[in-house]
Design a binder for this molecule. Structure first.
Ligand SMILES: Cc1cc2nc3c(=O)[nH]c(=O)nc-3n(C[C@H](O)[C@H](O)[C@H](O)COP(=O)(O)O)c2cc1C
Length: 403
């Protein structure tokens, strides 16, 4: 063991190391022991390693899995290397500003927390820990339909309007009930997830579950999620394979919340979403957990930004682990950038304090990239700061029209 640790220490110092995530997985046993304070963690990959020491294998499998061979999961990371930043020099970057106003909420950063289900599986603080961290650091948050915690409690913990993510279920009256409950809890937008109409094949999760010798029934009591309280879920599916674009109009008839469409991957669908009345388009492949397309989320962004052409805001998620990743998305036309797994690693590692650390790390990296590229404000960031990225399309109306 001592020799292995010495070797890993040597590896950690090696300039030859290029895939930090793989490294972090390798050294997880030593990192978990050494990094006992969130402030010791220097990037989100290390946070993943610490989380692995705390979260049981089956739950870590649920958190980290992609689908099939995890090709899209990997593509979400690899895609960033297709875009290189083009920095400009001798620009006054002494004052940076990342404040955004979006969809009924003000945030100090375009980085927000994606809807991730079942956060009670990572830490006892669950969604309340995430909400408190987001509130403490001034970031926005979207709550999952699959939340372990009731929307009212999360909204209160956040202290500012949150958005609600919607799996519409196979019964329309349940959709209406969930929309009404989310709106009554103060949510200002609902994000309809449209990328899971026909199930999925999460093999990494299955493999990791085999490593877990605990009894699953200790966690899974058969209770459905709090948003379904009072609804008889027997025989009801979460995702409705019958949905078509007119669902946007039907939702708008029963809610005053903004309707955002989550799970857009091609320009034609982005245009359809706008045509049918979506208030924002959310570029996402569900973190590589929906259709195994093999294409990274960031690679889908340029054609979607061109199709939307500033008519509505564009949100993106999928594989964002560095400030440079976030910068590239902002430059290619995104108005806000979501993170999923990284903050759940923080939650699993240290509870609320871990989520705060993840937000601090990414925000710091984003600010460094903004200063280093000669772009002190979000508005100043555009495709001219990415090599061969084409011309600038208008930005979305994030926050102005929708407030
Ligand atoms: C464990 C897990 C659970 C998720 N649950 C939901 C969900 O309930 N609803 C949803 O729309 N997206 C869900 N997502 C997808 C995220 O909202 C987001 O699209 C994705 O995590 C972003 O990629 P990243 O994890 O690489 O940052 C989930 C993702 C993960 C990892």
């Amino acid at each position: 063991m001592t020799h292995r640790r010495e070797f890993l220490k040597y590896l950690a110092a090696s300039p030859l190391l290029t895939n930090y995530s793989a490294f972090a997985q390798e050294v997880e046993e030593t990192l978990g022991e050494r990094l006992t304070d969130p402030s010791d963690v220097i990037n989100v990959f290390e946070m993943e390693a610490v989380a692995r020491t705390n979260i049981p294998p089956a739950h870590m499998g649920y958190l980290n899995t992609g689908v099939d061979s995890d090709d899209t999961l990997r593509a979400n990371r690899d895609g960033f290397s297709r875009f290189q930043i083009k920095p400009r020099r001798l620009v006054d970057v002494s004052r940076t500003d990342t404040n955004v106003s979006f969809l009924g909420a003000d945030a100090s950063s375009p980085i927000f927390l994606c809807p991730v289900g079942s956060q009670g599986a990572y830490h006892a603080e669950a969604e309340l820990g995430s909400a408190r961290a987001a509130a403490a650091k001034g970031h926005h948050m979207v709550l999952s339909t699959q939340s372990s915690t009731a929307v009212e409690a999360v909204a209160e913990a956040k202290g500012q309007p949150i958005w609600h993510q919607l799996y519409p279920t196979t019964r329309w009256e349940y959709t209406v009930a969930m929309l009404q409950r989310a709106e009554a809890a103060g949510c200002t937008s609902v994000c309809l997830t449209i990328d899971l109409p026909g199930g999925r094949n999460t093999e990494t999760q299955s493999v990791m579950t085999r490593e877990d010798d605990r009894t699953c029934s200790n966690c899974h009591t058969g209770r459905s999620k709090p948003i379904f309280d009072g609804l008889d879920m027997r025989g009801v599916g979460l995702n409705n394979p019958n949905l078509t674009w007119d669902v946007i109009g039907r939702m708008k008839e029963v809610t005053n919340m903004n309707v955002i469409i989550k799970g857009i991957e091609v320009d034609t669908d982005a245009a359809l979403a706008v045509q049918y009345g979506a208030d924002a388009v959310w570029v996402s492949n569900h973190g590589g957990r929906a259709t195994e397309t093999g294409k990274g989320s960031i690679e889908c962004l340029p054609e979607i930004a061109a199709a939307v052409n500033g008519r509505v805001p564009i949100i993106i998620d999928g594989g964002f682990r560095r400030g440079t990743d976030i910068y590239k998305a902002l430059a290619l036309g995104a108005d806000a950038v979501g993170i999923g797994r990284p903050y759940c690693w923080g939650l699993g590692a240290f509870g609320q304090a871990g989520v705060e650390r993840v937000l601090d790390l990414l925000q710091r990296e984003l600010l460094i990239t903004m200063r280093g590229s000669g772009t002190p404000t979000l508005d100043s960031i555009g495709p001219e700061y990415i090599h061969d990225a084409g011309t600038r399309v208008p930005r979305g109306t994030l926050g102005r029209e929708l407030l």
